[in-house]
Design a protein around this ligand. Structure first.
Ligand code: ZN
Length: 299
């Protein structure tokens, strides 16, 4: 595999572009596009992906198309992932698009209000577990658990014409082929009245179950190391072409890493103790930010 040049602080873009490139369905959809419609950036992605198949590539055209004027400014990889998909044709972007409904129920009059819309990612709150690590599985459970709004958080109900206790519940109405989970490491702290970066260790499962009964399998992780405004992004991605080996894409460098495989596939490791030791002693696990899961039972 080939890397992408860093044009200043553009590692946030490189990491998501490598995930898009390594998502075969997306790569094939982009490369087989025949139109060069200016409405979308597919033709830029197509050129980049073709170049990546040959050599280390540069992202100048993509940066221009995404209206990035200051290449030395660090940006949020999740935001740029969404930006790229919004500017990509439906045929390629649909792989990542799911639909989510959220149902609000007034606990006074019992009237439910349903609203449904598309999503590119599910944001998961980071909650410390007793052992100090963050559990993605618990994060998923929390996301799909009904939330109660009471006290200062009461919601307005049109029927009662008053602020009322209410519940909110998310339900996935369309499971995307690729599900992106975002660990909310960049969050607003009311204690400090500013945005902060949460550096807790994350325990990442190899497979997850999303309600109702949909299994997903991990194939890529975008990591962020360092603080809020600076720091560095890279991407750890499983290659289907290379017999499910894992590679670290760090700007222009691409390396195969055996230990990473052990870490991200911990659920299928026999020697759990060795893996646990690695997680605790490693700084890598504090970086996981975007987790890409592929829907199982599709291929
Ligand atoms: Zn009501």
């Amino acid at each position: 595999y080939h890397g992408l040049f860093n044009h200043g602080a553009t590692c946030y873009l490189n990491s998501v572009l490598q995930v898009l490139f390594m998502t075969e369905e997306f790569r094939e959809a982009v490369i087989s596009m025949s139109s060069s419609s200016k409405e979308y950036i597919d033709h830029h992605l197509k050129k980049l992906f073709k170049e990546l198949l040959q050599r280390t590539a540069n992202t100048k055209n993509i940066l221009k198309a995404l209206e990035v004027n200051y290449v030395t400014e660090q940006q949020d990889a999740a935001e740029y992932f969404e930006k790229i998909l919004r500017k990509t044709s439906e045929n390629a972007a649909k792989i990542f698009r799911g639909r989510l409904s959220h149902k609000i129920t007034c606990l006074k009059c019992q009237t439910p209000t349903d609203s449904e819309g598309p999503f590119w990612l599910l944001p998961l709150e980071l909650e410390d577990s007793p052992d100090g690590n963050y559990s993605v599985e618990n994060g998923i459970k929390m996301f799909f658990t009904s939330t109660i709004f009471d006290g200062d958080n009461q919601l307005y109900c049109e029927i009662c014409d008053d602020k009322v206790d209410a519940t909110r519940k998310y339900v996935i109405t369309h499971h995307p082929d690729v599900l992106l989970l975002m660990l909310k490491r960049f969050d607003f702290s009311y204690q400090f009245m500013s945005y902060i970066k949460i550096n807790c260790k994350a325990d990442i499962p190899h497979t997850i179950e999303i309600p109702e009964n949909q299994m997903y399998e991990l194939y890529a992780v975008v990591e962020h190391f360092g603080d809020l405004r600076g720091g560095h992004y890279d991407a750890v991605i499983k290659s289907k072409d290379e017999g499910d080996e894992w590679f670290v894409f760090n700007d222009s460098s691409v390396t195969q890493v055996k230990l990473i495989k052990a870490f991200y596939c911990q659920k299928i490791m026999i020697n759990i103790q060795v893996v646990k030791k690695y997680i605790i002693s490693s700084s890598r696990s504090i970086g996981a930010y975007l987790l890409f899961y592929r829907r199982k039972g599709e291929n």
